[in-house]
Every structure is written in structure tokens, then in C-alpha cells.
Design a protein around this ligand. Structure first.
Ligand code: NAD
Ligand code: ZN
Length: 255
């Protein structure tokens, strides 16, 4: 049945669910930003087909790993800096403006939901933000352009001016603890919503990928919009194996 639904009337079904919802949550992954030119991790040609991620323990353990991490960061920077919100981001921002969507829970670190006009306090970042850095000891914020000036050429590793601690992009690496406050807020929003919409996530990275099931078990409707199947497709009320921008912009014209 789901297959037929998907083929014949996907926009109508999601549109109807949005109309009926009193409080929706959008949960996004790297697929949300591929149409902005930022590669995802697991699609063919994605970042992981090129290089393995640096584990948090390895970052802590050696200067060379820290240098490698900053080299990768600055090599990727141009792609991130040029990226702008795409049709999908704008449609999601419109749903927030209309009051249909109460919060965005994102695994993305690219800041594009905020750039699309969604107030920062409605964007819950589970994996941090790559547009700045922070001290691992005291949490002080550090700006990337300052770090870049010393790093490019001389490869000087950044050090916190306040406490001397290690500075790392403000993202959560594999092996690093999940941020407490965003995880709590994500759980609260997940339990408060009646419609949970996954957009562009392979739903294999845990604990982030547990939120759709928490929502479903709590009685919310679950929608998954992703080009490829995910492990949670069987739990969803509606599955759309579609391209994000085209389908969302048709369904939610930005006024
Ligand atoms: P993922 O790479 O595991 O999965 C992305 C999914 O999106 C894939 O299943 C792919 O088929 C789908 N997809 C890609 N483009 C699409 C499109 N235009 N339309 C429909 N579907 C599309 O990403 P994930 O689930 O977010 O997990 C990877 C981790 O990588 C996350 O933890 C995230 O922190 C990080 N990451 C973030 C960014 C970013 O900030 N933009 C980019 C790469 C990775
Ligand atoms: Zn510090």
C-alpha cells in the first residue's frame, strides 16, 4: 500500500498530515544539504568513500591527528563557505514561519537552517556546528579565521587563550559524548510533537537516529523523506523516496 501511496499522491499525503498537525518536528541529516553542494557521508562519492573519520580519542591523542583534522577542516571550508540554503531548507523555514513546525532537530553541522532564516533557538544541533570552534576544557568560542591564519603554512595548533585547553571545531566527532542540552531539548520536542518528519538522513547514526522511533512510539505520525531506504521505513506512516528540494518546494511554496 505504501508503495502505491508513494507513487500516486505523495505531496497530498504529506500536505494533509501537515494540515492536521498541531505541532510538527523536522529531523534533518546530510541529505538536506547535498542540493547546496555539501556532500553527504554515505552516498556514492560521499565524504566517507574518500576518507575515514577521525575518532575523538585519536584527536586527543596526538598533535599529528589534530593537525590532520584541521587540514581537512580548511580543505573542506571552501565548499561549506560557498553553500547556501536550497529549496528544501527554504520550504522547512516556511513551515517554521507558519507555526506548523516547532523545532528542527538536525545532525547537520553546516548552519544552513539558521542561514535560511530559522531562529537559532528553534534549531537543535545534535552534532554541533562547524562554522566556529570551541575549547574542549572551558567551552570558550574561537573563530575559525583566527585559527586559520596561524594554521595555514605553519600548522600551528590552536590553544585556548582563557585556559590553555585544546581547541576543536564545535562539532561532535565519533567517540565524543553527545551534547547534553541539545539531546534533552531534542527529546522534549520529540515527545511533544504529533508529526515527526525525517528529511535526508540514512538513520544509521545513533543515538540521533533513535528520535524517529521515540516519536512514533509516543503516538506521533512518522514521515521519512529520503532518496534511499532507511532501517526505519517499515515504522513510518509515509515514506517518500524522492529528491528533497523538488518535492518540498512543490508542497510548501514559499510565500
Ligand atoms: P548520511 O550521509 O548518512 O545520509 C544522508 C542520506 O540522505 C542518504 O541516505 C542519501 O540517500 C540521502 N540524500 C542525499 N541527498 C538527497 C537528496 N537530495 N534528496 C533525498 N535524499 C538525499 O547522513 P546523516 O544521516 O546525516 O549522517 C551522517 C553524519 O554526518 C551526521 O551525523 C552529520 O553530522 C554529518 N554530516 C553533516 C553534513 C552537513 O552538515 N551538511 C554533511 C555530511 C555529514
Ligand atoms: Zn578554554
Amino acid at each position: 500500500m505504501r508503495e502505491l501511496d508513494t507513487i500516486f499522491s505523495p505531496p497530498a499525503s504529506l500536505a494533509a498530515m501537515l494540515d492536521e498537525s498541531k505541532r510538527a518536528v523536522v529531523f534533518t541529516g546530510a541529505g538536506m544539504s547535498t542540493e547546496s553542494g555539501i556532500p553527504d557521508f554515505r552516498s556514492p562519492g560521499g565524504i566517507w568513500t574518500k576518507m575515514a573519520p577521525i575518532q575523538f580519542q585519536d584527536f586527543l591523542a596526538s598533535d599529528e591527528m589534530r593537525r590532520e583534522s584541521w587540514r581537512r577542516k580548511f580543505a573542506m571550508e571552501e565548499t561549506f563557505a560557498q553553500a547556501e540554503p536550497n529549496l528544501g531548507h527554504h520550504a522547512v523555514a516556511e513551515l517554521v514561519r507558519r507555526g506548523t513546525v516547532a523545532a528542527i532537530i538536525t545532525q547537520n553541522i553546516d548552519n544552513l537552517h539558521q542561514v535560511s532564516g530559522i531562529p537559532a533557538d528553534k534549531v537543535i544541533e545534535l552534532h554541533g556546528n562547524s562554522t566556529y570552534a570551541s575549547c574542549l576544557d572551558c567551552g570558550a568560542r574561537h573563530e575559525l579565521d583566527v585559527i586559520k591564519q596561524s594554521f595555514i603554512g605553519r600548522e600551528v595548533l590552536p590553544e585556548c587563550q582563557s585556559c590553555g585547553g585544546m581547541v576543536k571545531t564545535a562539532t561532535i566527532s565519533f567517540g565524543q559524548s553527545m551534547p547534553i542540552e541539545p539531546m534533552q531539548r531534542a527529546e522534549e520536542e520529540t515527545l511533544a510533537c504529533d508529526l515527526f518528519i525525517v528529511i535526508g538522513s540514512s538513520l544509521v547514526v545513533h543515538p540521533a537516529a533513535s528520535f524517529p522511533l521515540i516519536a512514533k512510539r509516543n503516538g506521533a505520525r512518522l514521515v521519512i523523506l529520503n532518496r534511499e531506504p532507511t532501517p526505519l521505513d517499515d515504522h513510518a506512516d509515509l515514506v517518500l523516496h524522492e529528491e528533497i528540494g523538488p518535492i518540498l518546494s512543490t508542497m510548501v511554496p514559499v510565500t
